[in-house]
Design a binder for this molecule. Structure first.
Ligand SMILES: [Fe+2]
Ligand SMILES: [Fe+2]
Length: 179
């Protein structure tokens, strides 16, 4: 845990936090849309994915509203994440349902860590934002657990797939913080 903010410390850059969170939730909606585009609505994983997708849409609208209310511009990478997220979702679903779940497990582990970092950085500096992040983090953890439950770890090459997607997610986070 990072200690609370003290005079002389750098204040949490809330605009950058909101930008990356909105980008991440947007990316999540695109990943699930890509998976559902491949699996359709009749696959046995479809209902689970659609349920997670609905929660991501709710997370996204919350951050959309926060960006607007606080005058924060979205990342200029939004059009890129639209394509990359959809492609990642579609590609993992094409490999198979277990790979689609492996994708969710990797992404959600990274987002869980990312939200923990933000909560530590915020301290008690922005209670409403921290409350939202805590609520969404609980959802992301539930998505990860559901993905593991649904067989993520049985995906072919799981350790490699997991590590590659998690690293990609980390890179996307770092980019969206900055631009
Ligand atoms: Fe989310
Ligand atoms: Fe999620």
């Amino acid at each position: 845990m990072t200690p609370a903010w003290r005079p002389g410390d750098r204040r949490a850059d809330v605009a950058s936090m909101l930008r990356v969170d909105q980008a991440g939730e947007y990316g999540a909606t695109r990943i699930y849309a890509g998976q559902l585009a491949v699996l359709g609505d009749r696959h046995k994983s479809s209902a689970l994915i659609a349920g997670m997708a609905a929660q991501e849409k709710e997370h996204l609208s919350h951050f959309d509203a926060l960006l607007a209310a606080r005058g924060v511009r979205p990342t200029i990478l939004q059009p890129f994440w639209a394509v990359a997220g959809h492609a990642l979702g579609a590609a993992t679903a094409l490999i198979g349902p277990a790979a689609a779940m492996a994708c969710t497990a990797a992404i959600e582990d990274e987002i869980d860590a990312h939200y923990s970092e933000q909560l530590a950085e915020l301290g008690d500096g922005d209670a409403p934002l921290s409350a939202s992040i805590e609520r969404f983090q609980a959802d992301e953890r539930a998505h990860r657990d559901a993905a593991i439950e649904a067989g993520a770890e049985s995906a072919f090459g799981y350790p490699l797939l997991y590590a590659a997607i998690r690293a990609g997610c980390r890179a996307a986070i770092e980019l969206s913080k900055r631009i």
